[in-house]
Design a protein around this ligand. Structure first.
Ligand SMILES: Nc1ncnc2c1ncn2[C@@H]1O[C@H](COP(=O)(O)OP(=O)(O)OP(=O)(O)O)[C@@H](O)[C@H]1O
Ligand SMILES: [Mg+2]
Length: 291
């Protein structure tokens, strides 16, 4: 692999987003997700570079995706490459953000005048159209079907997966003293050997797109720290990673920057289930859908 010591290389950049860069993968049908230290909020009106964020998100997302795969939820994650990068299956992203809420916070409170922290009678699933220029507007099923962003079969699959992800993650975080308030998921389409369609969990699951509160103190540990200047962002992310057993007690920072030696030392995460299950598809690359 053409790779230098810091994990950068001259491979082809496919897309640069706000939080990640997508590079061409090392195997057919794959891409590399590079986790940047850039933080943005309020549709990129607020921006900063926060040392350590990319490393922590890469690690937390790899861990959660692997756990979900083990629960029978198919994901795009294949394996971590280094402290900032992971190899994932290349998918066709469904242009929707699926949000699951357990407790009222953020835009839900604003929109409906709910007090922050109100426990919802049941988990609430919302859809947003992925479009930065429009500020990711909330949409209904009717919009999704009318504009063909997903068909009823696909949406059904995404919603049932979102519920299962919520059940699993809520329990898992509760076991380590954290409340999963809400989170955002993205899904992708993959085609099997015979042209069959799979919907898989894609993008990332990290404190950038989950709200996590300390169950005892109520302290906010997620990206709201950055949105509302509530405290050091990396401290919050690091606390979550420590609770998950992913980084040592002392953390991975040294004097305001990532302790490279320590971060490189963290064990690599591999999604063995995904490898076993779809190795053949992976080698052949996906079959695109005939429109
Ligand atoms: N497995 C995958 N295959 C292809 N694209 C992916 C995959 N996983 C995530 N993506 C896409 O890669 C991009 C990741 O970049 P990033 O999260 O920084 O984007 P962003 O600036 O937040 O913009 P967006 O609103 O598109 O998420 C996203 O557009 C995401 O949908
Ligand atoms: Mg994104």
């Amino acid at each position: 692999m053409r790779k230098t010591g810091n994990g950068m290389s001259r491979r082809k950049k496919i897309y640069e987003g706000k939080a990640k860069i997508i590079y061409e993968g090392t195997e057919p049908g794959t891409v590399i997700q590079y986790f940047k230290d850039d933080a943005t909020a309020f549709n990129a009106q607020k921006k900063a570079v926060i040392a350590g964020k990319g490393v922590l998100n890469n690690r937390i997302s790899a861990h959660l995706m692997t756990k979900l795969e083990a629960m029978g939820i198919p994901t795009h994650f294949i394996r971590s490459i280094n402290m900032r990068e992971q190899l994932v299956r290349k998918v066709e992203i469904v242009p929707l953000e699926v949000v699951v809420r357990n407790i009222a916070a953020g835009s839900l409170c604003k929109r409906l005048g709910l007090p922050e922290g109100a426990v919802l009678g049941r988990p609430l699933v919302e859809y947003y159209f992925k479009n930065d220029a429009l500020g990711d507007p909330m949409v209904s099923e009717e919009h999704i079907f009318t504009f063909g962003w997903a068909d009823p079969y696909e949406l059904d699959e995404m919603v049932s997966m979102a519920w299962r992800v919520n059940d699993y993650l809520t329990g898992m975080f509760s076991g380590i003293g954290l409340k999963l308030v809400d989170f955002k998921l993205e899904f992708g389409r993959l085609w099997g050997e015979h042209g069959e369609l799979y919907i898989v969990l894609a993008d990332e699951i990290s404190p950038d797109n989950c709200r996590l509160w300390d169950a005892t103190t109520g302290e906010k540990l997620d990206k709201d720290r950055f949105r509302f200047d509530l405290g050091d962002l990396v401290e919050g992310y690091q606390y979550i990673a420590q609770k998950l057993g992913l980084v040592p007690e002392g953390g991975i920072m040294k004097g305001g920057t990532v302790d490279e030696a320590l971060a490189q030392d963290l064990s690599q995460i591999e999604n063995e289930l995904a490898r076993e299950r779809r190795l053949r598809d992976l080698k052949k690359g996906g079959k695109p859908r005939k429109n």
